[in-house]
Design a protein around this ligand. Structure first.
Ligand code: PLP
Length: 394
């Protein structure tokens, strides 16, 4: 019989040891509950890092995925397929952009976004206008180019040289951005509306508006990385919608597939035809099974569903702010970060909550909450009770 210890041993012996895993081997899950191999149950505030937006094994999602796997599991992009075409229509209608490209991960989506910005500029202005600006403390992926786009030194050790043409500007400082744009060498600006891995830090509305205006004025491609914030996570389908923004490119991944690997970048009017035949591609991109799952996710996240995400997010935020040892709460919707008073380590709190059957994440020095979007009020109340007990005993 399989035990958690067998699995941990196999991992230790045979898997590249790149992850600091929680001391937990998971067996199966339903909704917001997941079980280990010994039958212990855990309440989930992680969603597989913002991926399982409908929780574990949602019935409709499962049926769509299983049905599609029994029809066509993969075709290559030499053929037209139904799930990807339908998904593209839904994403275009929900976003106000014009077209979708499908890939398999957030990093790949950002790579495609950067390629598009560079080609747009090259087609129109020729060589030498290829710099992409990102923000200090951003996170855009783990490939050599998306690491170059990531404005956190901690990720840059050991892996030089990186792709040229990325520079960082400080978040929420519009004068610094204006100064940087004095030379005409920037083709794109890539930002997260809420920096997830950076510690759940939101950008200011004024900054976002000024940034968009500068992009328009200077014909710079405005790219929003919605890999973590997108698909309902923050209480609207895309987080930029809460700020009335109209980006030229939007990258997506995590929550889109409801648990299957899928990424996408959406192209607005300015760049909808920038990539032509054979300019970009991905063998697995638009996989019918992943897209069948994503269609269910996007269908379920309607206006009523989003109103519930907003309501639950606000109540969770208020509850968190009133807990002992909490200094501040940040984030939007069901993407929240908690800063503790000095001396309280988020990683310790997470370990103690696991022992009491509740799963949370960290982001830098904060506790991070990314529960399945379907979490109930009762489940939130239970999770908060456990967190309160742990904090009281600190
Ligand atoms: C997770 C994440 C990525 C990278 O996504 P992968 O699927 O791991 O490549 C990129 N951007 C943001 C904002 C993310 O949160």
């Amino acid at each position: 019989m399989t035990t958690s210890n067998n699995i941990k041993q196999l991992d230790k012996d045979y898997i590249a040891q790149t992850y600091g895993r929680f001391d937990l081997a998971l067996s199966h899950g339903k909704g917001c509950d997941v079980w280990d191999f010994e039958g212990n149950r855990y309440l989930d505030f992680t969603s597989g890092i913002g991926v399982n937006s409908l929780g574990w094994t949602d019935d409709e999602w499962l049926q769509a995925v299983v049905n599609q796997a029994g029809k066509l599991q993969h075709t290559s992009n030499l053929f037209f397929t139904e799930p990807s075409s339908q998904l593209a229509k839904k994403l275009v209608e929900a976003s106000g952009l014009k077209r979708a490209f499908f890939c398999n991960s957030g990093a790949e989506a950002n790579e495609g976004a950067v390629k598009t910005a560079r080609k747009y500029s090259h087609d129109k202005y020729g060589a030498g206008r290829s710099t992409v600006l990102t923000l200090v403390n951003s996170f855009h992926g783990r490939t050599i180019s998306t690491l170059a786009a990531t404005g956190q030194e901690v990720f840059h050790q050991h892996f030089h040289p990186f792709t040229d043409g990325f520079e960082y500007v400080p978040a929420n400082e519009i004068e610094a951005l204006k100064t940087r744009l004095n030379t005409n060498d920037v083709c794109g600006i890539l930002v997260e509306v809420v920096q997830g891995e950076g510690g759940v830090c939101s950008l200011d509305n004024d900054y976002l508006q000024a940034l968009q205006a500068l992009c328009h004025e200077k014909d710079i491609v405005f790219i929003i990385d919605e890999v973590q914030t997108g698909i309902g996570r923050t209480g609207t389908m895309f987080s930029y919608q809460q700020f009335g923004l109209q980006p030229d490119i939007v990258s997506l991944a995590k929550g889109l597939g409801g648990g299957l690997p899928i990424g996408s970048f959406l192209l607005g009017e300015k760049v909808e035809n920038t990539l032509g035949k054979s300019d970009h591609g991905s063998t697995f991109g638009g996989n019918p099974v992943a897209c069948a799952g994503a269609n269910v996710v996007v269908d379920k996240i309607n206006a009523d569903f989003l109103a519930e995400v907003q309501r639950k997010g606000q109540s969770l935020q208020a509850t968190l702010a009133a807990l002992p040892k909490v200094k501040s709460v940040s984030g939007l919707g069901l993407m929240l970060g908690v800063e503790f008073e000095d001396g309280v380590l988020a990683s310790d709190i997470v370990a103690k909550c696991i022992a009491k059957g509740v799963l949370f994440l960290t982001a830098k020095s904060k506790l991070r909450l990314l529960p399945p979007l379907i979490i109930s009020d009762e489940q939130i109340a239970h999770g908060m009770q456990v967190l309160k007990e742990v904090l009281e005993s600190e």
